[in-house]
Write a protein that binds this ligand. Structure first.
Ligand SMILES: *Cc1c(COP(=O)(O)O)cnc(C)c1O
Length: 798
């Protein structure tokens, strides 16, 4: 252990001395930025020691390593995580306390590394934490976006997007490694010389790695996330001047596409995908060759996990390097490649399954395109040899109808294809990818997602952590130990403790919301929360319609009002910048909030707030403060969800459909401890096949819902134009693919059950405790152990 952290006095004197040396300032006059930077540097030095040690251990043994390739890593803040995982929190806190300083305030200076859109990127971040904390030799590979996902402001009820300039103050954790830069080729042509393909690219782009340490919890292990930065080289197209070219190249690592379902800026996006995939693969291969000399051992020493289709081009790039640059025969290279790559599927939404038009793909990546063609030719031949008819072959082909199907490339080129929750994997195997699953029955497997209980319980909810400490002294290392809380579900003592914890977290969230947005929430009301990306399939709109229904009832039905427990409905969501309808839903939620919050007749019973700029750091305050977790996607559309798991682990009950991992939550807690409603996945599928969804009929027959839909366009919202929400009512009545009106009645009844259950305090907190106790299954430590043993075949360092 670094001696500065020996005790609080040593720490404090070093801290002061560094402030003076570096910033010529005394502690009393130092700004938060100065204090943050000095603290970050001190912590980084401890990391450096452990990092070297881990590297040395790894270079002295021959363990197999996993590389997690992902276009997104939604890391959030690292300082809290790093300080806690290194075991430094106590000393630092005490040292600062001597001077009346608060560590929290210093931590808040760090901007979130928001290099992801939502669940998929956050999953990657949780996985890195579990990999390091379990001591596995594993690394992330991604892009160092200059700008992360946009910062959201709400103005006049509308979403405004501001650039997320997260690097403006520098980033204390990253280490630039010029020496390990890789050049990535683009464009140009391929010429066959003496039977060999020789690739003459138009441009070479310099990929410079920045390594961000990933600190294992209390085990001395440090792995890293390697983020690639794009920079120009001398080799550029002859018609471009150096200055313009420089800024063009930097765009490749310029910004994250604020959209995880539709594709824009196509060429640039494809370049991004190839850029970090190619740089990652080449750096792996160079490292491998230094150590093992030839490629025969590659699949025994390296596994590349392809997170969604964005990096599936890895398959073709690995083939290119092995065949073109290292002279392997095709068959041998293919055998090595398909034993090294594994693929995770994240969605069955058709619009999100990536397909690249050949017109774009071929000119940007001419040699890669030839290789994909050859993979496809051999694959189609194999199918024909097996007796598949031409129609089937076209359906499964990697290239068909002028498009490259990235999911097909990933499936054909990998030894493992996994879904992210039991239901999702079943849908993949039995419906969406049935033909592939029949062809490769052993490739398909399930790995239900998880979340790191360190960030989402230990760090973000110390109050609940101390309750856990009373029943287990090992739950941090073994989250299954959370189950020890189960036998306390029937004790008054623990119900009271959990209730008190909830209240504390609700008060804290209410204070933050009041401070930032001026809306006062009653911490004794039910905190009913839906936070996640805004998308039609997630059905924030159904939640909003239900709030309108409640409001109408409170105004018109005294029995209803009598029986209604006060609720605060909290939303948080970013809408993709080009997703017009999603943005309308944000406007609707804010319009409802404006109306109901200012009605004195209801405002003691009903409050609505849309929190600005939902991100990881905000989530850390929101999850622990929730009573009712809204997980209400149309069944079969949410692959897993991970927000549902964070809420559960912090003692919220779920109101939800049997979708994604909700199915597994329900199995674990039992149907009496979750509020289920709506069609299940089979029923949704059947409705779609039979085309029996008739929203107009539901509208005609449901008096209360009829009124709500009319209110969207009849001037009920005085402060907006009458036509403002016309497209929402049109969508609901004529073109809604997500069955909002179909599930509304079930949803309404589930809310009524929740309302009654909450009034029975004993029953509610018993259910709460059961949810917490059963949530250990959703630790990403469990998920990562399954990946490690069932896919990766890797062993921990010690
Ligand atoms: C967990 C998380 C998500 C994913 O939420 P879902 O409800 O699973 O869609 C998205 N964004 C942030 C900031 C998160 O922390």
């Amino acid at each position: 252990m670094n001696t500065y952290f020996k005790d609080e006095y040593t720490f404090l004197s070093e801290f002061k001395e560094r402030l003076e040396k570096r910033y010529i300032v005394e502690l009393a006059n130092a700004s938060t930025r100065q204090k943050y930077n000095v603290l970050g540097e001190m912590v980084s030095e401890v990391i450096a020691d452990n990092w070297m040690d881990t590297k040395n251990v790894l270079s002295n043994n021959n363990l197999k390593e996993v590389y997690y390739f992902s276009m997104e890593f939604l890391m959030g803040r690292l300082i809290t995580n790093n300080i806690m995982n290194l075991g430094l929190r106590n000393v630092i806190e005490k040292g600062l306390e001597i001077e009346g300083l608060d560590l929290n305030e210093i931590e808040h200076f760090e901007s979130d590394a928001g290099l992801g859109n939502g669940g998929l990127g956050r999953l990657a971040a949780c996985f890195l934490d579990s990999i390091a904390s379990l001591g596995y030799p594993g690394y992330g590979n991604g892009i160092r976006y200059r700008y992360g996902l946009f910062e959201q402001k709400i103005q006049g009820g509308y979403q405004i997007e501001k650039p997320d300039d997260w690097l403006k103050d520098g980033y204390v954790w990253e280490v630039r490694k010029d020496e390990e830069s890789i050049t990535v080729p683009f464009g140009g042509k391929v010429i066959f010389e003496e039977g060999n393909a020789v690739y003459y690219p138009d441009e070479l782009i310099n990929a410079v790695p920045y390594d961000v340490p990933i600190v294992g919890n209390d085990n001395g292990v440090i792995t890293h996330l390697r983020l690639w930065n794009a920079e120009p080289t001398e080799k550029r197209p002859s018609d471009k001047d150096a200055f313009a070219y420089d800024s063009e190249i930097r765009k490749i690592s310029g910004f994250l596409y604020p959209d995880d379902t539709t594709r824009e800026g196509k060429v640039l996006r494809l370049k991004q995908q190839y850029f970090f995939s190619a740089a990652g693969v080449k750096s792996i291969i160079e490292r491998h060759l230094e150590k093992y000399e030839d490629f025969a051992l590659l699949p025994e020493k390296v596994v590349i996990q392809i997170n969604d289709t964005h990096p599936s081009i890895v398959v073709a790039e690995l083939m290119r390097l092995l065949v073109d640059d290292h002279g392997l025969e095709w068959d041998e290279a293919w055998d090595i490649t398909t034993r090294t790559c594994a693929y995770t599927n994240h969605t069955i939404l058709a619009e999100a399954l990536e397909k690249w038009s050949v017109d774009i793909f071929q000119p940007v990546l001419p040699r890669i395109y030839q290789i994909v063609e050859e993979i496809n030719r051999r694959f189609c031949k194999e199918l024909l040899d097996k007796g598949y008819d031409q129609e089937k072959v076209t359906k499964l082909a990697i290239i068909s109808n002028g498009r490259v199907h990235m999911a097909h490339l990933a499936i054909v080129g990998s030894f493992s294809v996994n879904g992210v929750a039991a239901l999702h994997t079943n849908i993949l195997k039995n419906i969406e990818m049935k033909d592939f699953s029949n062809l490769y029955p052993n490739k398909f497997n399930n790995k239900t997602n998880g979340i790191t209980h360190r960030r989402w319980l230990l760090h973000s909810n110390p109050e609940l952590s101390s309750i856990m400490d009373m029943v287990s002294d090992n739950w941090v290392n073994d989250p299954n130990e959370l189950e020890k809380l189960l036998k306390k579900a029937t004790t008054k003592k623990y119900r009271t403790l959990v209730k008190k914890m909830k209240k504390t977290k609700k008060v804290a969230l209410a204070e933050r919301i009041e401070k930032e947005q001026g809306i006062k929430l009653d911490p004794n009301s039910i905190f009913d929360i839906q936070v996640k990306r805004l998308h039609e399939y997630k059905r924030q709109l159904m939640n909003a319609l239900h709030i309108m229904y409640v409001y109408n009832k409170l105004k018109s039905d005294s029995n209803f009002k009598e029986n209604y427990y006060p609720h605060s409905f909290i939303f948080g969501a970013k809408a993709a910048s080009g997703y017009h309808f999603a943005k309308k839903v944000i406007k609707l939620i804010n319009t409802i909030a404006e109306k109901v919050n200012n009605d004195p007749e209801t405002s003691d019973l009903l409050k609505v707030v849309f929190v600005e700029n939902y991100n990881v750091t905000y989530a850390e305050a929101i999850m622990p403060a929730c009573d009712l977790s809204e997980q209400i996607s149309t069944a079969s559309k949410e692959a897993s969800g991970t927000g549902n798991m964070k809420f559960m682990m912090n003692g919220a009950l779920t109101i939800g459909t049997l979708d994604g991992a909700n199915v597994e939550i329900a199995e674990l807690v039992g149907e009496e401890n979750i509020l289920l409603f709506g069609l299940n996945a089979d029923e949704v599928n059947q409705v779609n096949i039979d085309k029996t969804y008739n929203p107009k009929a539901i509208y005609d027959n449901h008096v209360d819902l009829h009124l709500v839909i009319d209110q969207l366009t009849n001037g009920f919202f005085e402060d907006v134009a009458k036509e403002e929400f016309r497209e929402i009512s049109d969508r609901l009545l004529f073109s809604d693919n997500y069955l909002v009106l179909e599930d509304f009645e079930g949803y309404r009844l589930a809310h009524a059950r929740a309302n009654d259950l909450y009034k029975d305090e004993e029953a509610w907190f018993k259910a709460t405790i059961i949810n917490i106790a059963k949530s250990g299954y959703f630790s990403s430590d469990r998920t990562i152990k399954q990946y490690a043993t069932e896919i990766w075949n890797i062993k921990p360092i010690k």
